[in-house]
Design a protein around this ligand. Sequence first.
Ligand SMILES: [Zn+2]
Length: 161
Amino acid sequence: MEVLHHPSPVLKARAHEIDPATDEGLRDFVRAMAETMYAESGIGLAAPQVGVDKRVIVFDVDDRLAALCNPVIIEHSDEKVVDEEGCLSVPGVNVPVERSRRIVCEGMTIEGRPITIDAEDLLARVLQHEIDHLDGVLILDRAPADLKKSIIRAYNEANNL
Ligand SMILES: [Zn+2]
């Protein structure tokens, strides 16, 4: 699978919910997403990044591969943390992004079982980043106002745009 890069319009669109129970190729799709993520040395990947309009993400934090369908963040901690993020769809730049330090996320496994994830620190950051992709939001959109222009300029230079 090929990872799309900004400014692909697919990356700006809101992806649609899926029904894991009736989504025939879901298991193979998720496996291919995971292979792509590992091949690109990423720790998370969202379906829109490979051009697929589905609310599906894969991630691997602490050597545990997981997939999540239709994830929704139901709780954000008041405590926020700024840290540098990279993105396979935004190669060549890192962006300081403010995220909640802890979140609670609901979703479904690929078998369609409801699942709740209570996540902190890196896992919370990865989930917020990947769920942003499902809503068409990139780290460039999250860049601090005073750095946005220079980050976009650096991105364009790094990618010959
Ligand atoms: Zn990303």
